[in-house]
Design a protein around this ligand. Sequence first.
Ligand code: ZN
Length: 509
Amino acid sequence: MNKNDKTIYALYCRKSTEDSSRQILSLDSQETEMLKLAESLGLNIVHTFRESKSAKKPDNRPEFSELVNMIKRGEITGILCWKIDRLSRNPIDSATIQWLLQQNELTIIQTMERQYLPGDNALLFNVESGMANQYILDLSKNVKRGIRAKLEKGGWPNLAPIGYFNKDSSLVVDRERAPYIKKAFDLYASGKYGVKEISDILFQEGFRSRAGNKYHKSKIHKILKESFYCGLMVKDGNSYLGNHEPIISKELFDNAQEIFTEKAHVKHQTIPFAFRGILKCAKCGCQLTATKKKGRLVYYYCTNGKGGCDEHKAYIKEEALSKELVRVFDSLVFDDKIVDLVYRAKLEEGKASSSYLQECALSLQSRLQGIDERKKALLDAYLDKIVSADDYRAKNEALANDSVIVNKDLQALKDKKSDQELVTLERVKNFFLEPKQRRKEFLKLSADKQRSVLISLLWNAEIENKKIANISFKQPFDVLSKIENKDDFNSVRRGGDSNPGYAVTRITG
Ligand SMILES: [Zn+2]
């Protein structure tokens, strides 16, 4: 084969960690096989490189680097290796080898199967080292697969967490530290201690790292979040049942997590309590927020965002609020007789004037405009992080729904001829009667459904001394609410031009 006697060869061996379906050769047996080949080909080998590091990343193979240096110095002109993928398994190494071939500083690469020479085989070399790169990717997938397989069998593929030791590829409880872990959970789940306090208490009682140091707040926090201690291993978002002996019960773990959730709620107001977002403090204008107290009762209170509000210590039970919020309907409910009168009056008006439909259309159009403005304001509030993503989505959806309904009505109006006016009048009638029906049903609804009803009626309600002080209604309920005497026919006919009654203020926005 190679009759170039002047070539000075280096033998390069690297152990592959490829899977068992391929034959794995130790460095020694690789070397022995290659030496046999060298002998049969009459190759002049001056140096042997034995690489034990993986070729996954460049600069991670000291022997390879030395090989390249020797080639550059002209001390070596040929390489003998097992397979081409042993030589180059990353793009940088590939490029280096290719460059050396092109410069004729390297004149041949001999493998067990074939020869690679400058020019003719260079392209092939590229392709094959490309395969080598793919192989590395596969290998890393295989490693991940191996980790998952271990997890699925209940084994922990990482270093033992505090409270355990690694022993013979399994975990044993660290009897010295485990009791502190248990105590940390007990203290936290009691709800009486903060993480910092627990860190201090445990330190006083002798909880130390292997280096003798205190475990600080952040570490204790991490421990308290770690389901590993109750036997559940979490890795890349998946849970696995571990074989290790749990230090705490699942129940204790869950209780501790509940405390985290509660504290997070008070701090960040993340979960949507039914009436959150629609209640304001009448004294300071702050939003009312809610918290869950033991026994799962929900309480609302002023966030006192501006400081100095004396209302914020008044906790209102959600149940009590429901009852109070029924009063929202007080300003919307009309006597049936009045409704009938309004209906008939409107009917007469409709007959007298064909402009009624036009008025309706105008009113709907202004409602649409209002919704659009509201949407824009909501988006701004969200972008300014005043409104959470969840609230934004919920409110935006509600607005989108409103807009669909109004659009539908508008379309219906446009399609209608004047003789179909009756249908619209029927709607007017229902619209007056509807609040009554809703009031009847309100208290039977779940808090969530109550919220939907309220959202369809009002922007917000202001609370003072645990009572509704003001309500800001949405259109058209705003008009309804301002009709002073619900049994005064003339007042009803004026459609809310009279003075606002029932301490209702219109808060635009
Ligand atoms: Zn307040």
